[in-house]
Design a binder for this molecule. Sequence first.
Ligand code: NDP
Ligand code: HSE
Length: 325
Amino acid sequence: MVAPLKVGIAGLGTVGAEVVRLIEQQSRTLSSRCGRPVRVVAVTARSKAKKRGLDLQRLDWAKNPLALASDPGIDCFVELMGGAGEPALSAIEAALKAGKSVVTANKALIAKHGLKLAKAAEQHGGALNFEAAVGAAIPVVKTLREGLAGTAINRVYGILNGTCNYILTRMEQEGLSFAECLKDAQRLGYAEANPSFDVDGHDTAQKLAILASLAFGTKVSQGAVYVEGISSIAPEDLRAAAELGYRVKLLGVAVRTSKGIEQRVHPTMVPKTSSIAQVMGVTNAVTIDGEGIPPITLVGPGAGGAATASAVVADIADVARGIGA
Ligand code: NDP
Ligand code: HSE
């Protein structure tokens, strides 16, 4: 039998716990789709004592993320802690340096250090997969990297933050306050640990910078994105827009212009009859305008443990199949 892919996971919160469950539940399917078993063998998080609804007894508990990343007993390091800096950065660098493949859902880190990490992956022969970092379950990274590898892209835009779209939808449909809707988004596991990243537009900017770099082959540059969030929007604003036949959506837009790549994130009034106005709740939608082909729109769940785990496990499956390394 082909040797199993041995996986180590750092971070057992909303996403990490679902990844452990999904790999367990789908073990036979993964084994047949990848041609080899996929096994979680070691994990770590801040607190070993925390109740997580997972049976972790047969798994090794690493003393910290760096120790897990350097563990010779794992082939693939999965980073699901979050944060643009430590300990995620050093752990990923250590795993790549040791020749392991890395899977992460961390858009903050990829937007800031993606280029350096991609170079390290290339140098040491591992894969760096981050499908879940943009649009959770929507395979938009794969679409840009692989499906449209031969197509020039002129524009990428869409709804890239589940928390904001969930808040705007419930405020409009139920007349609820911004604060109430945000609380529910946090309870449902959609929001970032610091939800101002969501509502102030930075999470969308990070995702847009990643998409722009994939679409246009440019350096990821979050600093180049104009950012305005939704935190000052009140139910009355949404009602006023509705009376005029519009809905408000937080859009991220990256477009090729004669002066270079323009990137912006801001609330936008879209006609109620447009397809983007129909994207409700935690759903995300990304439209890609490619040269010589009609626009392609991908729609799907943009946040939450199960949706994100789906993309993380797909990235792990690619590692098991030897794709990307
Ligand atoms: P959570 O806050 O739910 O979980 C974070 C996990 O990381 C926890 O288990 C925590 O440990 C662990 N952790 C945090 N800091 C450390 C540290 N210093 N050392 C060891 N472990 C640490 O976050 P999510 O699961 O929601 O998000 C994880 C990543 O996935 C983030 O990068 C996020 O942006 C990304 N993401 C999230 C989505 C979502 O819908 N939630 C969607 C797409 C991407 P403990 O449990 O002990 O506190
Ligand atoms: N907080 C993010 C969102 C998670 O709401 O879209 C998914 O990246």
